[in-house]
Design a protein around this ligand. Structure first.
Ligand code: OAD
Length: 243
């Protein structure tokens, strides 16, 4: 972890925040046993996520893409939120103006109780009809392949933003607004290389916010952060909230 004075400084800063935004990435779920994206173990059969999580792959072979998602859902169904997820849910209850932005699709923030939340890359436990656009929760494990819409019998797809797809404009507008008006941004466990989230720290900074970072390693955002702590999310985040 960074020095204890950095930890205390960040803690004080967060305690006095009037409007706090938290941005999380795969690192916060790593402590729940979910592999990160840029770690070593990104292969399923001989496919990479970048080959399967695309609209083209789904058009070509929806069965293959659903089999992969079914495998990921089976795996994620065994994972539980960790102390960092729970601490953020508690923070939301304590802090007046609070917003959590996550790039994770695993649903662990929601499971931990977070509600003031934008899941900007979607949620693996939600499905969307490719015909009528209906979105609904679906926790079936395994999911019948191919799944179809209860309303119009159209083909369902995961409600996830795939490579090459745009983020929901309403989600983006909400993120932009909270980032421009927050006085403190805390970034946890993201490599900071995937846009638009990779630009969120710069947006908040330009608007005058204090930026804190928690990550195992240095990232491209570290230089921009006012305080950056090295450590595991599940160890550091609960400490920051302790009274
Ligand atoms: P990455 O896998 O790129 O980065 C994970 C970050 O977490 C790295 O910087 C690690 O150093 C850090 N980390 C790992 N374990 C940690 C721990 N226990 N505590 C704190 N930090 C830890 O994941 P993301 O930045 O989330 O997009 O990746 C962004 C997006 O890339 C993902 O949402 C995904 C992928 O393409 C989509 O699926 C659309």
């Amino acid at each position: 972890m960074g020095s204890s004075s950095d930890l205390n400084q960040l803690k004080q800063r967060l305690a006095s925040a009037r409007s706090l935004v938290v941005l999380t990435g795969a690192g916060i779920s790593a402590d729940s046993g979910v592999p990160t994206f840029r770690g070593a173990d990104g292969l399923w059969r001989t496919y990479r996520a970048e080959e399967l999580a695309t609209p083209e792959a789904f058009e070509r072979d929806p069965r293959l893409v659903w089999e992969w998602y079914n495998w990921r859902r089976e795996f994620l169904a065994t994972k539980r939120p960790n102390d960092a997820h729970y601490a953020l849910a508690e923070w939301e209850r304590r802090q007046g103006r609070f917003w959590l932005i996550t790039q994770n699709v695993d649903g662990l923030h929601r499971e931990a109780g977070s509600r003031k939340l934008s899941e900007i890359h979607g949620n693996i436990w939600m499905v969307r009809c490719t015909r009528c656009g209906w979105v609904e929760k679906n926790r079936s494990v395994p999911i019948p392949i191919l799944p179809s819409c209860a309303r119009c019998a159209g083909l369902l797809r995961p409600h996830i933003v795939w490579f090459g797809e745009a983020l929901d404009p309403a989600d983006l507008a909400r993120c932009d607004e909270v980032l421009r008006t927050c006085d403190t941004l805390l970034i946890i466990g993201t490599s900071g290389v995937v846009y638009p989230a990779a630009g969120f720290a710069a947006t908040a900074k330009r608007a005058g916010a204090f930026v804190g970072e928690i990550n195992l390693d240095e990232t491209p955002q570290t230089a921009l952060a006012d305080i950056s702590l090295r450590g595991r999310a599940k160890d550091v985040v609960p400490l920051l909230l302790e009274r």
